[in-house]
Design a protein around this ligand. Structure first.
Ligand code: SAM
Length: 288
Protein backbone atom coordinates (compact mmCIF):
# COMPACT_ATOMS: atom_id res chain seq x y z
CA UNK A 1 0.00 0.00 0.00
CA UNK A 2 1.44 3.30 -1.00
CA UNK A 3 0.65 4.96 2.32
CA UNK A 4 3.05 2.69 4.12
CA UNK A 5 6.23 3.55 2.33
CA UNK A 6 7.74 5.82 4.91
CA UNK A 7 10.99 5.11 6.63
CA UNK A 8 11.30 5.24 10.37
CA UNK A 9 13.74 8.14 10.42
CA UNK A 10 11.90 10.25 7.89
CA UNK A 11 8.80 10.56 10.08
CA UNK A 12 6.01 12.32 8.27
CA UNK A 13 7.08 13.19 4.77
CA UNK A 14 5.32 16.53 4.72
CA UNK A 15 4.59 17.95 8.14
CA UNK A 16 1.37 19.86 8.26
CA UNK A 17 -0.42 17.65 5.74
CA UNK A 18 -3.12 15.13 6.48
CA UNK A 19 -1.85 11.64 5.95
CA UNK A 20 -3.84 8.46 5.68
CA UNK A 21 -2.56 5.41 7.48
CA UNK A 22 -4.25 2.06 7.78
CA UNK A 23 -1.46 -0.39 8.45
CA UNK A 24 -0.34 -1.32 11.96
CA UNK A 25 3.17 -1.87 10.63
CA UNK A 26 3.51 1.69 9.38
CA UNK A 27 6.56 3.21 11.14
CA UNK A 28 4.58 6.27 12.22
CA UNK A 29 2.01 4.01 13.85
CA UNK A 30 4.81 2.05 15.51
CA UNK A 31 6.19 5.28 16.97
CA UNK A 32 2.75 6.25 18.26
CA UNK A 33 2.19 2.81 19.73
CA UNK A 34 5.54 3.02 21.51
CA UNK A 35 4.15 5.97 23.50
CA UNK A 36 2.40 3.41 25.70
CA UNK A 37 5.87 2.71 27.14
CA UNK A 38 7.51 5.21 29.49
CA UNK A 39 10.97 4.92 27.95
CA UNK A 40 9.67 6.01 24.56
CA UNK A 41 7.43 8.72 26.02
CA UNK A 42 10.50 10.17 27.69
CA UNK A 43 12.62 9.82 24.54
CA UNK A 44 9.99 11.65 22.50
CA UNK A 45 9.01 14.00 25.33
CA UNK A 46 5.44 13.21 24.39
CA UNK A 47 2.25 11.64 25.63
CA UNK A 48 -1.17 10.62 24.40
CA UNK A 49 -4.52 12.14 25.33
CA UNK A 50 -7.73 10.53 24.14
CA UNK A 51 -10.92 12.23 23.10
CA UNK A 52 -11.95 15.23 21.04
CA UNK A 53 -12.99 17.39 23.97
CA UNK A 54 -9.71 16.79 25.77
CA UNK A 55 -7.69 17.67 22.71
CA UNK A 56 -9.66 20.90 22.21
CA UNK A 57 -9.24 21.82 25.89
CA UNK A 58 -5.51 21.11 25.71
CA UNK A 59 -5.09 23.35 22.67
CA UNK A 60 -7.12 26.09 24.38
CA UNK A 61 -4.81 25.83 27.39
CA UNK A 62 -1.75 26.29 25.18
CA UNK A 63 -0.35 22.77 25.13
CA UNK A 64 1.73 21.91 22.08
CA UNK A 65 0.24 19.24 19.87
CA UNK A 66 2.69 17.14 17.91
CA UNK A 67 0.28 14.83 16.14
CA UNK A 68 -3.48 14.65 15.82
CA UNK A 69 -4.85 11.23 15.00
CA UNK A 70 -8.47 10.65 14.07
CA UNK A 71 -10.34 7.65 12.81
CA UNK A 72 -12.40 7.54 9.64
CA UNK A 73 -15.48 8.16 11.79
CA UNK A 74 -14.15 11.65 12.45
CA UNK A 75 -13.89 12.55 8.80
CA UNK A 76 -16.26 15.35 7.93
CA UNK A 77 -16.96 16.14 11.60
CA UNK A 78 -16.60 19.91 11.76
CA UNK A 79 -15.05 19.92 15.25
CA UNK A 80 -12.48 17.37 14.14
CA UNK A 81 -11.74 19.45 11.06
CA UNK A 82 -11.26 22.55 13.18
CA UNK A 83 -8.84 20.73 15.47
CA UNK A 84 -7.01 19.38 12.42
CA UNK A 85 -6.66 22.90 11.04
CA UNK A 86 -5.37 24.19 14.37
CA UNK A 87 -2.87 21.34 14.55
CA UNK A 88 -1.57 22.07 11.06
CA UNK A 89 -1.40 25.81 11.82
CA UNK A 90 0.82 25.01 14.80
CA UNK A 91 3.11 22.84 12.68
CA UNK A 92 1.76 19.54 13.95
CA UNK A 93 0.95 16.49 11.89
CA UNK A 94 -2.49 15.08 11.19
CA UNK A 95 -3.16 11.42 10.59
CA UNK A 96 -6.37 9.89 9.39
CA UNK A 97 -6.34 6.26 10.43
CA UNK A 98 -8.54 3.21 10.72
CA UNK A 99 -10.26 2.47 14.02
CA UNK A 100 -7.98 -0.55 14.30
CA UNK A 101 -4.97 1.78 14.33
CA UNK A 102 -6.44 4.03 17.05
CA UNK A 103 -7.29 0.94 19.08
CA UNK A 104 -3.66 -0.21 18.77
CA UNK A 105 -2.23 3.19 19.73
CA UNK A 106 -4.46 3.56 22.78
CA UNK A 107 -4.58 -0.16 23.61
CA UNK A 108 -8.35 -0.13 23.87
CA UNK A 109 -11.11 -2.12 22.28
CA UNK A 110 -13.51 0.76 21.85
CA UNK A 111 -11.20 3.66 21.13
CA UNK A 112 -12.08 7.33 20.96
CA UNK A 113 -12.43 8.90 17.54
CA UNK A 114 -9.66 11.39 18.25
CA UNK A 115 -6.27 11.12 19.91
CA UNK A 116 -3.72 13.87 20.40
CA UNK A 117 0.00 13.50 20.97
CA UNK A 118 1.24 16.39 23.09
CA UNK A 119 4.58 17.60 24.32
CA UNK A 120 5.17 16.76 27.96
CA UNK A 121 5.39 19.70 30.29
CA UNK A 122 6.93 19.51 33.75
CA UNK A 123 7.64 22.57 35.88
CA UNK A 124 10.79 22.85 37.90
CA UNK A 125 10.45 23.15 41.63
CA UNK A 126 12.18 26.52 41.62
CA UNK A 127 9.35 27.88 39.48
CA UNK A 128 6.87 27.18 42.26
CA UNK A 129 6.29 30.27 44.35
CA UNK A 130 3.14 29.73 46.38
CA UNK A 131 1.29 32.83 47.49
CA UNK A 132 -2.03 33.85 49.01
CA UNK A 133 -4.01 30.74 49.89
CA UNK A 134 -2.53 28.60 47.09
CA UNK A 135 -2.67 24.85 47.66
CA UNK A 136 -0.23 22.32 46.25
CA UNK A 137 -0.26 18.56 46.64
CA UNK A 138 3.06 16.81 47.19
CA UNK A 139 2.99 13.07 46.60
CA UNK A 140 5.69 10.87 48.06
CA UNK A 141 6.56 8.04 45.63
CA UNK A 142 2.98 7.58 44.39
CA UNK A 143 2.85 4.22 42.65
CA UNK A 144 -0.61 3.71 41.27
CA UNK A 145 -1.52 5.46 37.98
CA UNK A 146 -5.22 5.45 38.88
CA UNK A 147 -4.47 7.14 42.20
CA UNK A 148 -2.25 9.77 40.58
CA UNK A 149 -4.80 10.51 37.85
CA UNK A 150 -7.62 10.73 40.36
CA UNK A 151 -5.57 13.08 42.54
CA UNK A 152 -4.77 15.36 39.59
CA UNK A 153 -8.46 15.48 38.73
CA UNK A 154 -9.42 16.21 42.34
CA UNK A 155 -6.68 18.84 42.70
CA UNK A 156 -8.12 20.53 39.61
CA UNK A 157 -11.64 20.36 41.05
CA UNK A 158 -10.65 22.15 44.26
CA UNK A 159 -8.55 24.74 42.47
CA UNK A 160 -5.17 23.50 43.70
CA UNK A 161 -2.25 25.10 41.89
CA UNK A 162 -0.11 22.08 41.20
CA UNK A 163 1.21 18.65 42.02
CA UNK A 164 4.72 17.99 43.27
CA UNK A 165 5.90 14.45 42.60
CA UNK A 166 8.55 13.47 45.13
CA UNK A 167 11.01 10.68 44.42
CA UNK A 168 10.38 7.75 42.12
CA UNK A 169 6.72 7.92 41.13
CA UNK A 170 4.41 6.49 38.53
CA UNK A 171 4.52 8.48 35.29
CA UNK A 172 2.00 11.35 35.13
CA UNK A 173 1.97 10.95 31.34
CA UNK A 174 1.09 7.25 31.11
CA UNK A 175 -2.07 6.33 29.23
CA UNK A 176 -3.70 5.12 32.43
CA UNK A 177 -2.86 8.21 34.49
CA UNK A 178 -3.88 10.66 31.76
CA UNK A 179 -7.13 8.75 31.31
CA UNK A 180 -7.89 8.93 35.04
CA UNK A 181 -7.27 12.69 35.08
CA UNK A 182 -10.21 13.15 32.69
CA UNK A 183 -8.43 16.12 31.11
CA UNK A 184 -7.20 17.72 34.32
CA UNK A 185 -3.63 16.76 33.35
CA UNK A 186 -3.79 19.83 31.10
CA UNK A 187 -5.01 22.13 33.86
CA UNK A 188 -2.82 21.24 36.83
CA UNK A 189 0.93 21.84 36.52
CA UNK A 190 3.11 18.93 37.54
CA UNK A 191 6.55 19.23 39.12
CA UNK A 192 9.08 16.51 39.81
CA UNK A 193 11.62 16.60 42.62
CA UNK A 194 13.87 14.27 44.50
CA UNK A 195 13.24 14.06 48.19
CA UNK A 196 16.44 16.05 48.84
CA UNK A 197 15.36 18.77 46.40
CA UNK A 198 11.96 19.00 48.05
CA UNK A 199 13.50 19.24 51.53
CA UNK A 200 15.82 22.03 50.35
CA UNK A 201 13.00 23.90 48.62
CA UNK A 202 10.89 23.52 51.72
CA UNK A 203 13.36 25.64 53.73
CA UNK A 204 12.51 28.65 51.58
CA UNK A 205 8.76 28.11 51.88
CA UNK A 206 7.01 30.14 54.55
CA UNK A 207 3.49 28.74 54.27
CA UNK A 208 2.07 25.69 56.00
CA UNK A 209 3.24 22.17 55.21
CA UNK A 210 0.65 19.63 56.28
CA UNK A 211 1.66 16.00 56.12
CA UNK A 212 -0.84 13.20 56.53
CA UNK A 213 0.07 10.26 58.65
CA UNK A 214 -1.72 7.36 60.26
CA UNK A 215 0.12 8.32 63.44
CA UNK A 216 -0.67 12.00 62.99
CA UNK A 217 -1.59 13.66 66.27
CA UNK A 218 -3.76 16.40 64.79
CA UNK A 219 -7.37 15.98 63.66
CA UNK A 220 -7.29 17.32 60.07
CA UNK A 221 -10.40 19.44 60.78
CA UNK A 222 -8.75 21.45 63.53
CA UNK A 223 -5.98 23.00 61.43
CA UNK A 224 -6.31 26.66 60.36
CA UNK A 225 -5.87 26.52 56.61
CA UNK A 226 -6.74 29.36 54.33
CA UNK A 227 -4.69 32.39 55.29
CA UNK A 228 -1.42 31.18 53.85
CA UNK A 229 -0.22 28.81 51.15
CA UNK A 230 -0.52 25.12 52.00
CA UNK A 231 1.51 22.17 50.76
CA UNK A 232 -0.36 18.95 51.47
CA UNK A 233 2.07 16.04 51.68
CA UNK A 234 0.70 12.54 51.10
CA UNK A 235 2.54 9.28 51.74
CA UNK A 236 3.25 6.32 49.53
CA UNK A 237 0.47 3.73 49.19
CA UNK A 238 2.36 0.93 50.92
CA UNK A 239 4.78 2.64 53.26
CA UNK A 240 3.20 5.96 54.14
CA UNK A 241 5.42 9.01 54.74
CA UNK A 242 9.01 8.24 55.71
CA UNK A 243 10.25 9.88 58.91
CA UNK A 244 12.45 12.52 57.26
CA UNK A 245 9.54 13.77 55.13
CA UNK A 246 7.15 13.59 58.06
CA UNK A 247 9.49 15.61 60.26
CA UNK A 248 9.77 18.30 57.58
CA UNK A 249 6.04 18.98 57.95
CA UNK A 250 4.65 21.72 60.20
CA UNK A 251 1.70 19.51 61.16
CA UNK A 252 0.92 15.84 60.82
CA UNK A 253 -2.79 15.45 60.27
CA UNK A 254 -4.93 12.39 60.63
CA UNK A 255 -8.39 11.65 59.30
CA UNK A 256 -10.26 9.80 62.08
CA UNK A 257 -11.60 6.41 61.02
CA UNK A 258 -13.95 3.77 62.32
CA UNK A 259 -14.36 0.21 61.16
CA UNK A 260 -11.90 -2.42 60.08
CA UNK A 261 -9.83 -0.58 57.48
CA UNK A 262 -6.39 0.52 58.70
CA UNK A 263 -6.17 3.40 56.29
CA UNK A 264 -7.93 5.15 53.45
CA UNK A 265 -6.97 4.81 49.83
CA UNK A 266 -4.40 7.48 48.95
CA UNK A 267 -6.61 9.30 46.42
CA UNK A 268 -9.58 9.28 48.78
CA UNK A 269 -7.48 10.60 51.68
CA UNK A 270 -6.13 13.32 49.38
CA UNK A 271 -9.68 14.24 48.36
CA UNK A 272 -10.88 14.45 51.96
CA UNK A 273 -7.91 16.67 52.87
CA UNK A 274 -8.23 18.92 49.82
CA UNK A 275 -11.91 19.62 50.37
CA UNK A 276 -11.23 20.47 53.99
CA UNK A 277 -8.30 22.75 53.12
CA UNK A 278 -10.40 24.48 50.46
CA UNK A 279 -13.62 24.48 52.49
CA UNK A 280 -13.76 28.25 52.80
CA UNK A 281 -12.70 28.92 49.23
CA UNK A 282 -15.14 26.69 47.37
CA UNK A 283 -18.63 28.01 46.71
CA UNK A 284 -21.47 26.31 44.88
CA UNK A 285 -21.78 29.12 42.36
CA UNK A 286 -18.05 29.55 41.67
CA UNK A 287 -17.69 26.39 39.56
CA UNK A 288 -18.36 26.00 35.89
N1 SAM B 1 0.47 1.31 55.28
C1 SAM B 1 0.57 2.71 55.04
C2 SAM B 1 0.98 3.45 56.30
O1 SAM B 1 1.26 2.78 57.30
O2 SAM B 1 1.10 4.65 56.32
C3 SAM B 1 -0.78 3.17 54.53
C4 SAM B 1 -0.64 4.29 53.59
S1 SAM B 1 -2.15 4.97 53.04
C5 SAM B 1 -2.83 3.75 52.04
C6 SAM B 1 -1.53 6.14 51.90
C7 SAM B 1 -1.49 7.54 52.39
O3 SAM B 1 -2.81 8.04 52.50
C8 SAM B 1 -0.89 7.77 53.75
O4 SAM B 1 0.52 7.82 53.70
C9 SAM B 1 -1.49 9.08 54.14
O5 SAM B 1 -0.83 10.12 53.45
C10 SAM B 1 -2.88 8.94 53.56
N2 SAM B 1 -3.88 8.44 54.51
C11 SAM B 1 -4.65 7.35 54.39
N3 SAM B 1 -5.51 7.23 55.43
C12 SAM B 1 -5.26 8.28 56.24
C13 SAM B 1 -5.82 8.75 57.48
N4 SAM B 1 -6.80 8.10 58.09
N5 SAM B 1 -5.31 9.88 58.00
C14 SAM B 1 -4.32 10.56 57.40
N6 SAM B 1 -3.76 10.17 56.23
C15 SAM B 1 -4.22 9.05 55.67
Amino acid sequence: RHDDHHHRDSGLARPGKVKEVTSLTNPIVKDLRSLAIKKYRDQQGAFIAEGLKLVIDALDLGWTIKTLVYSKAGKGNSLVEQVAARTIAKGGDVLEVSEKVIAAITRRDNPQMVVGVFEQKVLSLSAIKPQGNDVYVALDRVRDPGNLGTIVRTADAVGAKGIILIGDTTDPFSLETVRATMGSVFAVPVTRATEAEFLTWRKGFSGLIVGTHLKGAVDYRTIAYGNKPVILVMGNEQQGLPDHLASACDKLARIPQEGRADSLNLAIATGVMLFEIRRGALKLDSGT
